[in-house]
Design a protein. Structure first.
Length: 286
């Protein structure tokens, strides 16, 4: 009797344990009965089910990441580009997700990737390479999110964001060479423009410097002439004052100065009339 009671108690514990299940925070769940969905509105916490008759499927309702391998696309210029992107998505309707993807995240990603790639191919085919690189990717991703959500409504998921990580040129194509040639041409154009502007500035600076030199020389010559004139005027005034005080002495002094200048050379010859006024003070000691 005791053994039977113990077995019954163990069976009751097993049945009670199998009838309880826990939905964690960040999860959602559905309750299946013979493969048919009977309930989906489970909140985080402890819940109950009928053992052996009902099964529980739990799903992660947090934001998930779909990271795809780089794919090659053609721009409107028929240039090859490699696009590396990722998608942020989450489960919004557990019942639809279970029906469409059998409750498997890998299956869901398999369904989403072709939709995103097709939209990305269409968007890139309608844009040039420069538009994609210079800022067109923001418009592309915004349009792709809306388009992907419209096409995945039956999957029970919501595409939150799509980002292009890298836009690369394929190494085996001719695009890299053409891009480098265009960059080189643009750099040469910029360099020529800067060189021309520099030469123009150099000519302007040189012309301004030459003008300043001429102005400085003219002002210096003017000041020199003014100073020289003032000096000559002062000298004339001094000479006149000296002559007015003692005319004879002034004449004698000027004659001595003239003699000094005339006889300064040792081998010079001076031919004069003995009665010349120049020899006045040499002839008449008085």
């Amino acid at each position: 009797m005791r053994a039977g009671t113990l077995i019954a108690l163990l069976l009751a514990v097993l049945v009670a344990a199998n009838s309880m299940f826990v939905v964690r925070e960040g999860q959602t769940a559905i309750l299946l009965q013979f493969g048919r969905i009977v309930r989906t509105d489970f909140k985080p916490g402890l819940h109950f089910r009928i053992p052996l008759v009902q099964q529980v499927q739990r799903f992660d309702k947090r934001v998930l990441t779909l990271d795809s391998a780089p794919e090659r696309y053609l721009t409107s210029e028929k240039k090859d580009v490699n696009i590396d992107f990722f998608v942020k998505w989450r489960i919004t309707d557990a019942s639809k997700f279970f029906v469409a993807a059998a409750g498997n995240e890998s299956n869901a990603q398999t369904l989403v990737v072709p939709i995103v790639k097709e939209g990305l191919r269409t968007a890139i085919n309608s844009r040039t390479l420069q538009e994609l690189v210079s800022g067109g990717r923001a418009d592309v991703t915004q349009h792709l999110v809306s388009d992907a959500n419209a096409k995945t409504q039956g999957l029970g998921i919501d595409v939150i964001d799509l980002r292009i990580k890298r836009i690369d040129l394929p190494e085996d194509g001719t695009v890299i060479g053409s891009v480098y040639d265009r960059m080189k041409s643009e750099r040469k154009k910029v360099a020529s423009k800067l060189r021309a502007e520099g030469e123009e500035q150099a000519r302007t600076i040189k012309a301004d410097a030459d003008r300043q030199v001429q102005v400085i020389k003219a002002e210096a010559y003017r000041d020199a002439q003014k100073t020289r004139g003032e000096g000559d005027a002062a000298a004339s005034q001094i000479y006149a004052s000296a002559y007015g005080r003692d005319g004879e002495f002034y004449a004698f002094y000027r004659s001595l100065e003239a003699y000094r200048e005339a006889f300064s050379t040792s081998n010079g010859t001076l031919v004069l009339d003995p009665k010349s006024e120049f020899l006045h003070y040499l002839q008449d000691s008085k």
